[in-house]
Design a binder for this molecule. Structure first.
Ligand SMILES: Nc1ncnc2c1ncn2[C@@H]1O[C@H](COP(=O)(O)OP(=O)(O)OP(=O)(O)O)[C@@H](O)[C@H]1O
Length: 950
């Protein structure tokens, strides 16, 4: 297609997007880029054009990656086009797919950085860090001790008798657990405590009271049930589980005489009292601890040991797993398909090792190889359990310290003095600020996950202000989506004018200039604010962020970091900041693994060694009906995330905020639309294979049809296009062109784009579509009724769509119906966005704000509107939630009405259903189960209510 023709087709309004983001799908054999139509479609050769059921060129491959940056939206002709390496010159701001070598270099770098960061947390110098990294992973006990000693407080030195370090304690617990795997680690810890951490004494006692003799290899075949990680197992076999508890629990009273016990308890209490309160001592040794949770070579679970030679204790665990794991759990073993898992269940019971061996060797698809898979699963569980113990410990300390903070009353009065005194933080924001300060004091990263609109921006700014007040002047970096950049700068100026803010954006030349100033230390700033596009986009910008030695890196809309395998994640991980803070209103998006990605991002030191285990554990797709196994996984995730996430919801803390009323409008499609939809559906039925990309493509076609028929092409037949191509030769711009080539270019456009093209050229005017056709969709028919009724009541509307072409059609509709509107989408220059937002907030007779969900859904404030219409819902319900909350936030004075338009009996019904399930999962994550140990979030909430009267 000639570039000229194409530009005309997409309309004069949309200039080529500066910083257009190219997405890589590196897992495909051929690398694919999601291109903006303005950029490469003209270069796509016929042979490379995707062919679908609609004939050559009819199939548009569309990227629907929910993790895309906010500016990536579904444009009319967005396509995934094969990259022809070396054929195009990268443009400014594009995310270029790295070559394998470059990627490897990146990954290496990031790995080193993560490791460095781990040591950094431990408060050591860079040189030492690098040196240590090259040396053996485990330090010797002496150096550990001396390091530990250095960090002891006076309190530590005063306490009676030496108490082993946390690591040594963990080491003892682990050693005992290897010998007595049927006992839980917490129990062993108690027994050790009772014996003043004297390992041999404890061992002696345990041997005396253990009736199982597993350590000595006795009765290996007389297998009793074992407590394993999941509750499900216990539920599946309650009597056996209880029986095992009876056998294995060793109440402290049994181990020592009552007198001795009393004395020990006293000692313990004394010791507890004098325990240092600084959490980071335990956290900073986390890299040591982390290695504890890896199974050491030679341990019974070590993969190197041969299964046949497994020790008695391991055999017991393996048999127990095969005997009691659910089908879901069994499939966690490598090589165990669903079918095999079901087979295993059908072959139960396995009482002895020979029983199991016989079953596995007995053919039927099973084999002894599963034993190593089982061992791996058990090892992973061990690691996870270790991580949970660690997180629980941090959580307890955080809760305790937070309580002290609240009790001291600090939260109710002390707003940082450097904050604009005309502005007041709300009480829950003061708690948020205290929480951030606590994390800082303990050298922990965190995720401030308050519901959208509660003022995360303001809390983060206040936190940086409080650091400034304490003498920590940065530099800090704040990375935000493009659409919120201006807003951040504005809020920083309004709330803390003392902080010097440098906005890192602009043209390539402007940025080059800024870089030089920053690196030459000529720039005077405390905080740099920049965008995700720049932070991951181009090598020079990335280079800058890596070179800076930052105090804090704050990532707004932090859920963009939900995929730890993405290039974006790796690039951002390479930013060199002492501490990381994520802000997100939607902490959990599609699955638990995403949450783990966020946690790993903020605390690589904590999670570094456990990511693969966590990934395995949490990457299973949630099933339709929540199984007990899944409930367990959610419980584990909750335990792990507890210390690092603070989430409050509006209903809890903003009681004065008007309600949000949600409504789903099921719209019947127009007659013609329904017919076209059904035709399309039957054409796809049976023709779409199982390949993911193909299915996504089909889904996109159906979604488009469910929204508006003109998003496809059927009115402009090939004959009509041939006539139009010939006619176009009469235009001076095309009189030398080849009509066949023009027609080829037209074939890939939708009806609406062709209609726009006809409007551009006087010679094509007669080929324009009629207004009736333009307005013929079920949803537009509904809007025809709905909008005047809203206007009548004095409501103002923000109207979202995923499809920029749908926004084009909506513009035609609004103009036709004489509704005043403005529009913002990914193509709106960043600097113009805030101007548009201000315009909408100030001009009351602007009735509708048209927004693309991706560009307009994040971080902007539109409290002057009180009705949100989602013309088409997103596959990721959190994007819609984000969009809704542009209006439902601090500052809203009216009830907010959210209206979702769903085309009845179409694919949209299903998307809605799946979305609701995803949202349910989030509730599971944030809900507190009855009987749960006091969590930090509960604590906050109760403190909030009682101390501050909220
Ligand atoms: N204490 C306060 N006083 C006055 N205005 C406030 C206060 N807290 C928040 N606001 C205002 O409320 C609006 C929402 O705040 P903010 O943008 O920080 O929320 P958020 O949680 O970051 O939202 P999102 O998740 O959508 O980005 C902003 O306009 C902000 O200026």
């Amino acid at each position: 297609m000639s570039a000229l023709l194409f530009k005309a087709a997409v309309g004069k309004r949309r200039a080529p997007i500066e910083g257009a983001l190219w997405l890589s799908f590196s897992h495909h054999d051929t690398p694919y880029l999601c291109v903006n139509s303005d950029v490469t479609i003209p270069e796509t050769p016929e042979s490379k054009r995707p062919v679908g059921p609609g004939g050559p060129g009819a199939m548009h491959y569309v990227s629907m990656d929910a993790s895309s940056d906010s500016d990536v939206e579904i444009t009319g002709s967005s396509m995934i086009t094969p990259v022809r390496s070396g054929k195009r010159v990268p443009q400014s701001g594009e995310l270029i797919v790295l070559s394998d070598e470059e990627e490897e270099e990146e990954v290496e770098w990031v790995k080193t950085e993560s490791v460095m960061e781990r040591h950094f947390t431990a408060g050591q110098g860079t040189c030492t860090r690098r040196k240590e990294e090259r040396g053996p992973r485990r330090e010797n006990a002496d150096s550990r001790k001396s390091r530990k000693r250095k960090s002891l407080t006076t309190d530590d030195l005063e306490r009676e008798g030496p108490e082993p370090s946390w690591r040594e304690q963990e080491d003892m617990v682990r050693r005992l657990h290897q010998k007595f795997p049927h006992l839980q680690k917490e129990e062993l810890r108690d027994v050790l405590l009772e014996h003043d951490w004297l390992f041999e004494d404890t061992l002696e006692t345990l041997r005396m009271f253990s009736d199982r003799g597993v350590e000595f290899g006795e009765n290996v075949d007389r297998i009793g049930p074992l407590p394993v990680l999941t509750q499900q197992s216990s539920e599946a076999c309650p009597s056996a589980y209880q029986q095992s508890r009876l056998h294995t629990s060793l109440p402290p009273g049994l181990l020592k005489s009552p007198e001795e016990t009393k004395v020990s308890r006293k000692k313990r209490r004394r010791r507890k009292k004098k325990k240092p309160v600084v959490i980071h001592q335990s956290i900073t040794s986390s890299e040591d601890e982390a290695s504890d949770f890896e199974t050491p070579p030679g341990s019974p679970l070590d993969a190197g040991s041969d299964c046949e030679e497994a020790t008695g204790s391991v055999k017991i665990q393996i048999i127990d797993f095969f005997q009691r794991a659910s089908v879901d759990e069994l499939t966690l073993m490598s090589g165990c398909s669903l079918k095999k898992a079901q087979k295993i269940v059908s072959l139960r019971p396995f009482k002895t090792w020979p029983d199991l061996g016989e079953a596995l060797r007995g053919g039927k698809g099973l084999s002894a190889d599963l034993l190593s898979g089982c061992r791996a699963v058990l090892r992973e569980r061990e690691a996870l359990r270790g991580l949970m113990v660690k997180c629980e410990h941090v959580s307890r300390e955080m809760t305790r310290q937070m309580r002290q903070v609240v009790e001291r009353g600090r939260v109710s009065v002390d707003q940082p003095r450097v904050l604009n005194s005309a502005l007041r933080l709300k009480p829950y924001q003061m708690i948020g600020l205290s929480w951030l300060s606590l994390l800082h004091e303990n050298k922990l990263g965190g995720i401030l996950a308050d519901e959208m609109g509660l003022g995360k921006t303001i809390q983060a700014i206040s936190f940086l202000a409080s650091l400034y007040q304490q003498g920590n002047t940065g530099p800090h970096l704040i990375i935000v989506p493009s659409s919120t950049l201006e807003n951040w700068v504005r809020e920083l100026r309004a709330w803390c004018p003392s902080l010097r803010v440098l906005q890192y954006c602009g043209s390539a030349e402007e940025r080059q200039c800024l870089r030089r100033e920053i690196l030459d230390k000529a720039a005077d700033y405390n905080v740099i604010v920049s965008t995700y596009n720049l932070a991951v986009g181009n090598g020079s910008d990335r280079g800058l962020f890596r070179k800076l030695r930052l105090e804090y890196a704050v990532f707004d809309e932090g859920h963009m970091l939900k995929n730890m395998n993405s290039l974006r994640y790796r690039h951002l991980m390479a930013i060199n900041a002492k501490n990381r803070l994520l802000l997100t209103g939607t902490p959990l998006q599609n699955n638990l693994l995403e949450l783990m990605s966020l946690l790993n991002f903020i605390m690589p030191s904590m999670f570094f060694n456990s990511t693969s285990q966590i990934a395995k554990m949490f990457s299973m797709k949630p099933s339709e009906e929540q199984s007990t196994f899944e409930t367990d996984r959610i419980a584990h995730a909750k335990l792990i995330m507890k210390p690092f996430i603070l989430r409050r919801v509006k209903s809890e803390v903003l009681t004065q905020l008007p309600d949000k009323v949600e409504q789903v409008e099921f719209c019947a499609m127009s007659q013609k639309q329904e017919q076209l939809y059904n035709n399309l559906l039957s054409r796809f039925k049976g023709s779409a294979g199982g390949e993911k990309r193909e299915l996504i493509n089909v889904m996109m076609h159906l979604r488009k049809m469910a929204n508006h028929p003109l998003l496809h092409r059927q009115y402009y037949s090939s004959e009509r296009l041939a006539a139009m191509s010939r006619r176009l030769l009469q235009e001076s711009s095309h009189h030398n062109a080849d009509p066949a080539a023009i027609q080829d270019d037209m074939e890939v456009l939708s009806d609406f784009e062709l209609h726009q093209l006809c409007a551009q050229y006087p010679v094509l005017q007669e080929y324009q579509l009629s207004t009736d056709l333009l307005l013929d969709s079920g949803k537009l028919h509904l809007l025809t009724q709905l909008l005047p009724a809203l206007k009548e009541k004095g409501d103002r509307v923000v109207l979202f769509s995923q499809f920029t072409m749908m926004l084009d059609i909506l513009e035609v509709f609004l103009t036709h119906r004489e509704h005043r509107y403005i529009r913002l989408d990914g193509s709106t220059p960043v600097r113009d966005r805030i101007v548009l937002i201000d315009q909408f907030n100030s001009e009351r007779d602007l009735f509708v704000f048209l927004l693309s969900t991706k560009a307009g859904g994040l971080g902007i404030n539109l409290t002057s509107a009180n009705v949100v219409i989602l013309h088409d819902i997103d596959c990721n319900p959190y994007n819609d939630k984000q969009a809704e909350d542009r209006c439902h936030r601090v500052g809203q004075t009216k009830t907010v009405k959210v209206i979702r338009l769903i085309s009845k009996d179409t694919i949209e019904d299903r998307i809605l259903h799946i979305g609701q399930r995803k949202l349910r999962l989030e509730q599971d994550m944030t809900a507190t189960q009855e009987g749960d140990e006091e969590t930090i979030l509960d604590d906050m909430a109760s403190q909030l209510k009682t101390s501050l009267g909220l």
